[in-house]
Design a protein. Structure first.
Lengths: 305, 664
């Protein structure tokens, strides 16, 4: 009998590729590196809070969480980590605007399909490592937002949501991040998957808040090769997918300038992410989503160790 | 004006442009393609599109221009000042012989010529040729009458003779190169027969060519006397020498003409003699000149004949020059035997009369004589080689290499044998006992030829004793044989010189030749035959040509204060010309040709109209002939097709730079 989750997953991810990947974990920067001085006390004090594990003492850690017994035994200073200190809350926001439906001649799949594959992979990794996760699509704001959890039912429900079409007329990140700000928990990771054809100023103020909440933003930018390279040969009549506006142009004439603008936008986004303690990943739809993601996560893991 | 030779190519251009423009128009896309990131394109396109419109227009313009230029180049535009097929194409042939300078006909004929030249226009183009022994052309057919007139004035005077033989053929050929409704050759000449002398009336002109001859209205012969030749009768070889000038005069008139004969030497009058020239006669006069007392140098002079009523003055002045000659040098080996008489030396010494050539100088050829001493000698006489060693052979070889002449006189000794062996001459027998006489002489040879005119008989009475039998190389010329076919006198070319062998000793013991009258002239003729420097021809006639030398020379016309120094001798103007170089210092004289002075009239029966062809061009040939004529006429016309192609090439570079596949 086929596992239901596996059946859904296989719609988005090639099981062979998936199985070939090493065990990957998604870890939040703030949780793993612990470089922030003075972690907030867990609001969940008391014996109901489960002791999770020990780790070595690092300067800045509170003396209260030092495990003196372990010190007596091992002569090593170690701190106790509790559940809420180790649990990752991941919020995945997926752009469902019509522009994500675009597939150029060199792409393996549309950006939406690619993004769904990425989302599915992320959900799978998060589910495997028993972290809490939430996924919602973004159009006029967050759609069908559900608080993070780690249950399989939730996992399956989120996967089903990926069957939606990318037909929203817009992707209002401002509204979505405002809504998220009201519900987001500290030390979470916010994964935004989109082509980010929007003004970067929209993200600036929200990223401040996320940083305040010790949340890590991760921008996964999905683009079609033709959007990156603009490799049209002949004069072309283009029509905007979302607005329907048309434009006739000569690719040779404007290619260079177009690429400069695109690169500036991508660099701006990456810069924005880094300055706010986050990360930026540019993926092209002519590459394998899982392999690309896998390479990124492996690199990330090494970085955090 | 610019005319297109092959205008059909332009039509081809327009045909090419049609698909080009259609193709360009088709490039505009009609089917929209979805694109998500137009926001990034708007700003870029807005900026670039306005530039692009202009660029597209320029590229289209460039492409059209390139095609047009290529088509235009193939259409072969050429510059001409005449219309494509003029009404009448004419050639004017002007008789440029110096007899045309007769004042009684010159102005009349010149006016005629100028009227014809002034009538040249785009529909009646004209080419002008001035005729001497050759033809000088004004260029291609032209409608520029002013330019033709100018050219005519610059070129219509000459001191040469004239002939229409080649001029008419050339004019006919030239007319074939132009396409015109009518064609005509016009000849302007005085009534002199000379230019028509060699014209072949049996060879008519091309069918479409007409002929007109313009001559003076009156049939009167020109009153002319002339100096036809002036020549020095003797060589100039010493200061204060008396030189006789022989002057040939001619009276072409049918009546007696009184005249004065004047002779100038270096602008100094040395003779003025009144004469009466008999009707239609030749007169020979002499003038005695005295050479300057100082060192020998070239002398220039002139002779003038001032005759009453003279019409043609050009041939009444004749220039002459007298260039000194250098003495011939003869080297002889001294005779070692006592009391030996050097008969050869005596024979070569000329008698002292003023008809003789300059005295040769005699030098001893000894063991100390160097090559430098002998290198310019005319003759080496090896009559006694007893004192000489092998070193002499080297000098002799070098001397022969430089073009010298050697005489080896037989002596029965080792040294002579060695010398003969050096020239591959074998001694078969040293002595043939008994008497020998000349059996055969080559009287055709220059050495004997002149003497033969005087006497031949005495040669065969000369006696020779104990002559050797010599065997000569195969290319040796035997000038004389003894009895029994024994070579007596031989000539052989060796390197660049000549070796003569006298196969007998010349002393009284071995021959009595020196007592015969042939002995002296033989040696003198041998010396003359051996002359190394050929006497130059200093007297030249006007011909329109130029004379060059291999070495660098400077030529100036004498008697002119502002004379230009040239590196050639021009033969178009009479006068005396000083020619100087490192080795040369000579005067050349240039005079008008004698034949032009003969003012024989063209006979009334002379029918030059025979030159006009009776044939008509076949109608079917006309097109082909016309096409051929057109091609011929344009091949030399000024055209700039290469500039058009070059321009197209340059524009194509710009097109490549500006254009891209999206040029609309």
């Amino acid at each position: 009998m086929v596992n239901r989750s596996e059946a859904i997953i296989s719609e988005f991810l090639d099981p062979e590729i998936l199985s070939a990947l090493p065990s990957l974990e998604i870890q939040a920067r703030y949780l793993v590196s612990g470089f922030l001085a003075g972690l907030h006390q867990s609001p969940y004090r008391g014996s109901s809070v489960e002791f999770k594990e020990l780790r070595d003492y690092q300067p800045g850690d509170s003396l209260r969480i030092i495990d003196w017994k372990a010190y007596g035994r091992t002569d090593r200073l170690q701190v106790k980590l509790r559940d809420e200190q180790t649990n990752l809350n991941a919020y995945i926001l997926l752009d469902r605007s019509a522009s994500m439906n675009f597939a150029g001649p060199e792409a393996n799949m549309s950006k939406w399909r690619y993004a769904c594959s990425l989302t599915a992979a992320l959900l799978l990794f998060l589910h495997r490592q028993n972290d809490a996760f939430s996924m919602s699509t973004v159009s006029n704001g967050l759609e069908d937002f559900i608080r993070p959890g780690s249950k399989t039912v939730l996992f399956q429900r989120f996967l089903k949501q990926l069957h939606h079409e990318a037909d929203a007329t817009q992707c209002d990140w401002n509204m979505a991040l405002e809504e998220l700000a009201n519900v987001i928990q500290q030390r979470s990771i916010v994964v935004m998957i989109s082509d980010f054809y929007t003004d970067l100023e929209v993200f600036r103020k929200h990223l401040d808040h996320l940083r305040f909440m010790k949340c890590e933003p991760l921008f996964i930018q999905v683009m079609d090769p033709i959007e990156c390279d603009f490799n049209y040969d002949d004069p072309v009549l283009l029509q905007d997918i979302e607005t329907g506006e048309r434009l006739t142009l000569s690719p040779d004439l404007i290619r260079k300038h177009y690429k400069e603008r695109i690169e500036a936008h991508i660099n701006g986004l990456a810069d924005l992410a880094k300055r706010n303690g986050g990360d930026h990943l540019l993926l092209r739809t002519d590459s394998s989503p899982i392999k690309a993601l896998g390479s990124y996560l492996a690199l990330r893991s090494r970085r955090f160790k | 004006m610019i005319i297109l030779a092959f205008s059909g190519f332009l039509i081809g251009t327009s045909l090419i442009l049609i698909p080009l423009i259609l193709h360009l128009l088709k490039l505009k896309p009609r089917v929209p393609q979805a694109y998500p990131a137009l926001i990034f394109l708007y700003a870029t396109v807005a900026k670039r599109q306005s530039h692009n419109r202009l660029r597209k227009f320029i590229v289209l313009l460039l492409r059209c221009l390139i095609f047009s230029l290529i088509a235009l180049a193939f259409a072969w535009p050429y510059l001409t000042d005449i219309v494509q097929e003029p009404e009448e194409a004419r050639i004017l042939l002007w008789d440029n012989g110096f007899s045309m300078q007769d004042e009684s006909v010159n102005s009349y004929l010149k006016d005629k010529a100028l009227n014809i030249l002034q009538s040249a226009d785009v529909k009646h183009p004209l080419a002008l040729g001035v005729v001497t022994e050759r033809v000088k052309w004004s260029g291609d057919f032209s409608a520029d009458s002013r330019k033709l007139e100018e050219w005519f004035r610059d070129n219509s005077k000459s001191y040469e003779s004239s002939s229409f033989r080649e001029a008419i053929r050339q004019a006919d050929h030239k007319l074939k190169g132009i396409s015109a409704k009518k064609k005509k050759i016009i000849i302007i000449t005085d009534r002199q027969f000379l230019p028509w002398e060699n014209v072949d009336l049996k060879q008519p002109l091309s069918p479409e060519t007409d002929l007109e001859v313009i001559m003076p209205l009156e049939r009167t012969a020109i009153k002319n006397t002339a100096i036809t030749a002036v020549k020095s009768q003797s060589e100039y070889f010493s200061p204060k020498q008396k030189i006789i000038l022989k002057i040939n005069l001619r009276n072409f008139n049918l009546e007696e003409v009184p005249a004065n004969l004047l002779v100038y030497l270096e602008d100094k009058q040395i003779l003025k003699k009144p004469l009466k020239l008999a009707p239609n006669s030749i007169l020979l006069e002499h003038a005695e000149l005295t050479a300057p007392p100082e060192a020998l140098r070239p002398l220039a002079g002139r002779v003038e004949l001032r005759a009453e009523g003279e019409k043609l003055l050009i041939d009444n002045i004749h220039y002459f020059s007298i260039n000194p000659i250098t003495e011939p040098r003869v080297f002889l080996t001294p005779l070692t035997a006592k009391n030996r008489v050097d008969f050869i030396k005596i024979a070569l010494m000329p008698a002292k009369t003023w008809y003789e050539k300059v005295n040769p100088s005699f030098h001893d050829l000894t063991t100390t004589t160097t090559f430098e001493n002998i290198k310019d000698a005319n003759l080496l006489v090896l009559q006694d080689l007893k004192l000489f060693n092998d070193q002499l052979t080297e000098k002799i070889d070098k001397y022969l290499e430089s073009g010298g002449n050697v005489v080896i006189v037989w002596q029965n000794n080792t040294e002579t044998a060695k010398m003969l062996k050096h020239f591959d001459i074998e001694i078969i027998k040293k002595q043939n006992r008994g008497v020998q006489r000349f059996e055969m002489l080559d009287f055709e040879h220059t050495i004997f030829k002149h003497y033969l005119q005087v006497s031949a008989g005495a040669w065969f009475d000369i006696l020779f004793f104990d002559v050797p039998t010599l065997k000569f190389p195969t290319k040796t010329k035997i000038l004389a044989y003894f009895d029994r076919q024994i070579p007596a006198i031989t000539e052989c070319h060796y390197k660049n010189g000549k070796v003569f062998v006298i196969a007998s000793e010349l002393d009284r013991k071995h021959t009595n030749w020196s007592t015969f009258g042939s002995f002296l002239p033989f040696w003198r003729e041998l010396l003359l035959y051996s002359e190394r420097k050929k006497q130059s021809v200093y007297s030249l006639r006007t011909s329109g040509g130029k004379m060059f030398w291999q070495e660098k020379i400077a030529v100036t016309q004498m008697g002119k204060t502002d004379a230009e120094i040239k590196d050639f001798l021009r033969l178009d103007t009479p006068g005396n010309y000083m020619v100087k170089s490192e080795t040369k210092n000579e005067i050349y004289n240039v005079n008008v040709p004698e034949k032009e002075s003969f003012v024989t009239l063209l006979p009334t029966t002379y029918d030059y109209q025979k030159l006009i062809s009776n044939e008509k061009i076949q109608a079917t040939e006309t097109v082909t002939v016309k096409q051929k004529n057109q091609l011929q006429s344009i091949q030399h016309a000024k055209n700039y097709w290469w500039i058009l192609l070059l321009l197209a090439f340059v524009l194509s570079f710009f097109e490549i730079m500006l254009a891209n596949r999206t040029a609309l």
